[in-house]
Design a protein around this ligand. Structure first.
Ligand SMILES: [Zn+2]
Length: 632
């Protein structure tokens, strides 16, 4: 399969017409939308300008015994140019048969698989073909699927299955056109053991069916990376008329308490940028091996249990995933090179939700910590590195490589810098219109710049210079108009860290009123001056605050890094259990990286990783194999 290198705008007329069942626009406006330009997706084999999928009808049986999903994917297609084949993406699928509209069997070809892209699946069709139905089963090693044994769950009694489709893993469990620029609606029937409950990124029932058969409908168009399925021993707790929490029975009460402010988050988000478009908003709490903090699967965010801190201090993650209901799920990055349009907007939006609910002082803490992370990332990458441009160049790379602070945080600070330039009122008006007029569509970087020019800059040269989008989007590092962030709350943690580094005893530090974020700041500052504090002083901190057994995943992650830096071995058994128990890549990456810096540390990392690796999702394994030099 040839993968195009150039940045080629293609007309995708028809895709949008076919996939906007909810839109009320008139035909003129629709035609205008149909002519939307988007860029070619180098991470999909499909040719959507020729033949594109518009609806999926999925029928799957879940086998925990074989670790497979087996059944069929029936795709409605639009053959725009009368071609005699349609190309789908597939990876590690066992395809047995493909039939067309009337049940007539057709020929298909599976190309030689390529790393992370899998194989082009080319199916012979006719100019008037409306449906292709692929019969298949998944591989037990399908990269999107994680099959957990009962021991890996909270309840320890039943197995668990969850999917993670972003970025290009949907093709490992469904044959489809796996590109964020292609949206489709779907229905599904899922058969699972009757003691378990199945949930999808669709309309879900809130109680278990008697026979283990579940029917789903997603009437709004979504891209493939938002296809999601989870099967486990789950219960539901309602938080409001249109929101609630699913979790394992032993966790569900705790989760409902932790996320009690979710209804308030939904109304705050709506006040900011318009109505929530997806009906219900629920959260599913997964077992701890989930590789991400959360995944914004529409109607049902998948979340890590590591945000259940017992004090609601890590709920910004829910605000983030909720914000994706606008930025990402409603207005979607056209390709993974445009990933910042999903994540930068979402981090910005998340912070606005947090500010609305918890106040500016609270949001400033989150923002300053993020800016510290971003600066560290840029230093690691090199401040002239191409990888620090907002518009990414993922040619020849797994799009998962684009999941860095650049898309998230540099993206957010770019938007904050525009807000600073034009004022909040004007910026919010712009964003409101952006989400409304681009709803259900895809967006690429070039189109966004055009939109910014017409709707905000409007020929104002001085404003264009102030915003300086070229430097942010197509330039490295942090441009000179990057916002300056201060936090009066974190100044308290700063003073405490100075005092401690200067010799004050740990027990003399006044930590009353401290949140997780004060602790993170304090520990980072202590880590920065690690040369001046000793193992004994780290032990003193532990004695005063029992940080080794904190139970707060963010604090533990920061603390273990400080412990490694200062050879504080007393923390290692707890750290080992954390690394074996938790699969969230954000935590694993810095801890293993810190360990690998010394010969003794890398020995320990290798031994822990050998035990922990079977419990991690492939997304985490891929990153950590490289860090720990696994098998080398
Ligand atoms: Zn996100």
């Amino acid at each position: 399969m040839k993968i195009l290198k150039q940045y080629i705008p293609l007309f995708v007329a028809g895709i949008l017409a076919a996939c906007s069942p909810n839109s009320q626009q008139g035909s003129d406006e629709q035609e205008q939308k149909d002519e939307q330009m988007t860029s070619h997706d180098i991470h999909s084999y499909s040719h959507p300008a020729e033949a594109v999928i518009t609806h999926l009808n999925l029928d799957l049986t879940v086998s925990f015994e074989n670790k497979t999903l087996e059944g069929s994917a029936e795709l409605d297609i639009e053959n725009k140019t009368g071609v005699n084949e349609i190309i789908l993406d597939s990876r590690d699928l066992n395809i047995t048969k493909v039939i067309l509209d009337n049940g007539e069997e057709t020929t298909f070809n599976i190309a030689e698989p390529q790393p992370y892209l899998g194989s082009a699946l080319t199916i012979a069709i006719k100019p008037n073909t409306k449906k292709v139905k692929v019969f298949y089963s998944t591989s037990p090693n399908a990269a999107a699927l994680q099959w957990l044994s009962p021991e890996q769950t909270a309840g320890k009694k039943q197995p668990f299955l969850f999917t993670q489709s972003q970025a290009v893993l949907a093709r490992t469990w469904i044959p489809l056109q796996d590109s964020p620029g292609i949206k489709f609606t779907y229905n599904a029937t899922v058969r699972c053991p009757k003691e378990l409950m199945a949930l999808m990124s669709a309309e879900n029932q809130t109680s278990r069916s008697k026979d283990g058969i579940y029917h789903f409908s997603m009437p709004q168009p979504i891209p493939s990376y938002l296809m999601a399925l989870a099967v486990g021993d789950l219960e539901f707790r309602e938080l409001s008329d249109n929101s609630g929490v699913f979790a394992e029975p032993t966790l569900v009460e705790k989760a409902a308490w932790e996320f009690a402010e979710m209804p308030q988050m939904i109304s705050s988000a709506e006040e900011l940028y318009g109505p929530y478009a997806w009906g219900r908003y629920d959260v599913l709490v997964l077992p701890p091996s989930f590789p991400f903090g959360g995944m914004e699967n529409p109607r049902i965010t998948f979340a890590t249990p590591t945000i259940i801190a017992g004090d609601r201090s890590l709920v910004a993650l829910i605000a983030h995933e909720l914000a994706h209901s606008w930025s990402g799920n409603l207005v979607t990055n056209a390709t993974w090179n445009d990933f910042w349009l999903n994540e930068g907007f979402t981090v910005y939006f998340e912070t606005r939700i947090m500010e609305k609910i918890y106040g500016k002082n609270y949001a400033d803490m989150l923002t300053l910590l993020s800016l510290m992370d971003l600066k560290e990332t840029i230093t690691e990458m090199g401040d002239t590195s191409r990888d620090t441009h907002l518009y990414l160049d993922l040619e020849g790379k797994d799009p998962d490589d684009g999941v860095t602070d650049i898309a998230y945080e540099k993206g957010r600070f770019f938007l904050t810098s525009i807000e600073n330039a034009v004022g909040r009122e004007r910026w919010d008006q712009f964003l409101n219109k952006y989400f409304t007029s681009n709803a259900w569509r895809t967006m690429d970087t070039k189109t966004f710049i055009e939109y910014l020019e017409t709707e905000l800059i409007k020929g104002d040269k001085e404003l264009r210079n102030t915003i300086n989008y070229e430097a942010w989007i197509y330039g490295p590092g942090l441009p000179s108009n990057c916002p300056v962030i201060t936090s009066s709350e974190l100044e308290k943690a700063e003073a405490a860290s100075q005092a401690f580094i200067g010799g004050a005893t740990a027990s003399s530090i006044d930590t009353s009123g401290w949140t997780t974020h004060h602790w993170l700041y304090f520990l980072r500052k202590a880590g920065e001056s690690a040369q001046t504090i000793t193992t004994e002083r780290v032990a003193e901190l532990d004695k005063a605050f029992d940080l080794t057994n904190s139970g707060n995943s963010e604090i533990q992650c920061e603390w273990y890094q400080l412990a490694i830096l200062n050879n504080y071995e007393k923390a290692y058994p707890a750290m080992e259990s954390f690394l074996i128990h938790v699969g969230r890549r954000k935590f694993l990456k810095p801890i293993y990286t810190a360990l690998m810096k010394t010969p003794e540390g890398s020995k320990l990392a290798t031994s822990i990783y050998a035990k922990a690796r079977p419990g991690y999702h492939t997304v985490s394994i891929q990153t950590l194999d490289a860090i720990t030099k696994y098998g080398k």
